[in-house]
Design a protein around this ligand. Structure first.
Ligand SMILES: Cc1ncc(COP(=O)(O)O)c(C=O)c1O
Length: 386
């Protein structure tokens, strides 16, 4: 048996899971075709709709986020279908590949990492490809740490041109603004292991009735991800296939907590936490990777100062402080480090993380005033509970 040691996990997913959410997984296994499960599903569904800010069905897939993204692709894309995809990070690039692999044609609207394509660029691409059927956006691309702040305007474009609008919101739902119905999103995908502070393994997908009608008339090339089956079963408070029950128990606790706190408060907590990180790192003389208006509140991505080696820095954090953060990957590998500011947002997590980053950089030769940075973060965090 493997011995797993507890570390301070500050990754942009999976995130540290509170004990009550984790312990919920030890409840007994029940019949998923029984009144007990119906009660569980009703609770999850009610709260999920509040978190998604939607009247739509929210289906829960026993799959990781990639499965959630793939479900959107397989329900919307038929061979030869064009889809507009803004590409500004590894995950948006991957979504475009998923579309191509499903036999569709991803029309990429590219922008350098750290920026994002403008609404005008995207509209120009829609006009050039007037046979496109959908827009696939990664609302928060976790690899550069970029939130597409024009997502609402993109929804207006989708309505104007009659396109399905799909948002991979895997790393952000629960941690930033994302009212599905108000922003005209047909499909919104969330990952359990991110701002919903549940263990990895579930994808939640808010699906509009328009999509369900389409899927019923145009059958998808997937059985496991066929949304119409999930929605039919949801009307009986069940899932079409055996659900990952322990994860459902955990999700139920986490969603109830989010709803109890209220979405506005949750979003504000993430905003405050993000501000504390960005301001503290600024005191240290560090620079965010992403341009200011697109900076993520859930993924704090910071450029390495000259001379700091990614592997050495992160192993110093882990060995000296038991703290785990992420590096960059793909195009930005070795150039940035990333901290998850998702789920449980508290001074107890943020201040030690900032201190450990500052001291580790000092020990590796990048001199900075850690106390000053901590003072700045404390000022901002006064609004937060422990
Ligand atoms: C934006 C985004 N999309 C997709 C994924 C893939 O999710 P998973 O690793 O759960 O399959 C991730 C994971 O980090 C993500 O951040």
């Amino acid at each position: 048996m493997v011995d797993i040691k507890r570390k301070i996990i500050m990754l942009p997913g999976p995130v540290d899971v509170p004990d009550d959410v984790l312990l919920a997984m030890s409840k007994p296994i029940i019949n998923h075709r029984s009144a007990d499960f119906h009660e569980l599903m009703a609770s999850i569904e009610n709260n999920a709709r509040t978190v998604f800010q939607t009247k739509n069905n929210v289906v829960v897939l026993s799959s990781s986020g990639t499965g959630g993204a793939e479900s959107a692709v397989f329900n919307i894309i038929r061979p030869g279908d064009k889809a507009i995809v803004p590409v500004f990070g590894e995950f948006s690039g991957r979504l475009a590949e998923q579309i191509d692999q499903a036999g569709g044609r991803a029309i990429r609207v590219n922008a350098p990492f750290g920026t994002a394509p403008s609404i005008d660029q995207i509209e120009a691409s829609i006009k050039l490809n007037n046979d496109a059927k959908s827009i696939f956006l990664v609302y928060n691309d976790t690899s550069p740490g970029t939130t597409y702040r024009m997502a609402q305007e993109l929804g207006e474009l989708a309505v104007k041109y009659g396109l399905f609008y799909i948002a991979d919101s895997i790393s952000v739902l629960g941690g930033d603004e994302l009212p599905q119905d108000k922003w005209n999103m047909d499909i919104v995908i969330a990952g359990s292991q991110k701002a919903l502070f549940t263990p990895p393994g579930l994808a939640l997908v808010g699906v509009s009735d328009k999509v369900i009608d389409y899927v019923k008339k145009n059958r998808p090339y997937s059985t496991y991800f066929d949304y119409s089956k999930y929605v039919d079963y949801l009307s009986k408070l069940e899932t079409p296939f055996t659900p990952a029950l322990p994860l459902f128990y955990a999700l139920d606790v986490a969603l109830a907590r989010i709803v109890q706190d209220g979405m506005d408060k949750r979003i504000q907590m993430h905003r405050t936490g993000a501000q504390a990180y960005y301001e503290a790192f600024k005191e240290m003389g560090l620079e965010p990777f992403v341009e200011e208006k697109l900076r993520s509140n859930v993924v704090i991505s910071i450029k390495y100062p000259p001379g700091i080696d990614d592997a050495k820095f992160r192993s110093t954090l882990e060995n000296d402080y038991n703290l785990v953060i992420a590096g960059g990957f793909g195009e930005v590998k070795g150039k940035i480090f990333r901290i998850g500011n998702m789920g449980t947002i508290s001074k107890n997590k943020i201040l030690p993380t900032i201190a450990a980053v500052g001291h580790s950089l000092n020990s590796l030769g990048y001199k900075n005033d850690v106390d000053k940075a901590i003072d700045r973060a404390k000022e901002i965090l006064t609004a937060l509970a422990q």
